[in-house]
Design a protein around this ligand. Structure first.
Ligand code: 0L1
Ligand code: MG
Length: 263
């Protein structure tokens, strides 16, 4: 149920998108609108999407966030969230990420899916996702909450497009039939030091469950995931802070590695 009118939703989208584009943090929006619902927050997210598309940017995919126990514990929440990824957020493998364009970036190692067939909830499960998947590939998400001092709640995070900011993908794409995504290991190194590690099962027991849950979420709004959609399934470990001068290398078992530099 939405409780905010369209002009308030548009004003909140403008505040949050401006914070993103100018890398200037803002107070969490539920301080001003404590009664706001998740539907209100997804409406703000949809308005951010409308603003970006109207400027000629393109949707590059979707993301599920807060899908691992480590992330849920880190954020003090219990439920996954869903967000949008745009073309300008893509950084090539081995590329540079300009920290002056970001507020307080953190990185997450994720498994990404690319669909060969559309997926539509409700009722979508892991089996449907595996049958509809063309291939999986490694990804690193750079999240950047637009809220001051990371002070937020789930509703504010959803409105802030789940902190979507940049992403790197590449490595080796593989068919899901060739892999056990639950035991697939990931090692994240920052400046040559291992700072996080984990396995795919950290994401809701199986990363495909995050895609199913996204399809069900969109299905409840009458939307579907078209063939060809790129989906990041959520950090396998807790998010790791990065700053200018850091070099990051993430190794994914059977999927190669991804590296990037923060400048
Ligand atoms: O990608 C995600 O796990 C969503 C993150 C939202 C909260 C944060 O900024 O850490
Ligand atoms: Mg993430």
């Amino acid at each position: 149920m939405t409780t905010l009118d369209q002009s308030t939703i548009a004003a909140l989208a403008e505040i949050l998108e401006t914070a993103e584009l100018q890398a200037e943090p803002v107070a969490k929006i539920t301080d001003r609108f404590p009664g706001m619902t998740w539907d209100d927050a997804y409406a703000v997210q949809a308005e951010i999407r409308r603003r970006k598309l109207s400027r000629g940017q393109h949707l590059a995919g979707y993301k599920a966030g807060l899908t691992s126990r480590a992330k849920m514990r880190q954020m003090g929440v219990e439920t996954p969230v869903f967000g949008l990824i745009f073309d300008y957020m893509s950084v090539p493998e081995g590329g540079e990420i300009k920290t002056r364009e970001l507020i307080h970036p953190k990185i997450e190692a994720e498994i990404a899916f690319v669909l060969k067939r559309p997926l539509k909830g409700p009722g979508c499960h892991i089996g449907d996702v595996l049958a509809a998947t063309d291939f999986v590939m490694p990804a690193v998400e750079i999240i950047d909450s637009r809220y001051e001092n990371f002070r937020f709640d789930l509703t504010s995070v959803i409105a802030d497009n789940t902190s979507s900011s940049r992403f790197v993908t590449g490595g080796r794409s593989r068919s899901v039939q060739e892999l056990d995504l639950r035991t697939l290991g990931v090692v994240l190194e920052r400046n040559g030091e291992v700072v996080a590690l984990g396995a795919g099962a950290a994401v809701l027991g199986h990363p495909a469950a995050a895609v199913a849950s996204l399809a069900n979420h969109l299905g409840s709004r009458g939307e579907e995931l078209p063939a060809g959609t790129f989906i990041m399934t959520g950090g396998i470990t807790e998010a790791i802070p990065v700053k200018a001068g850091d070099s990051v290398n993430v190794r994914f078992q059977d999927l190669g590695g991804l590296s990037m530099r923060f400048v």
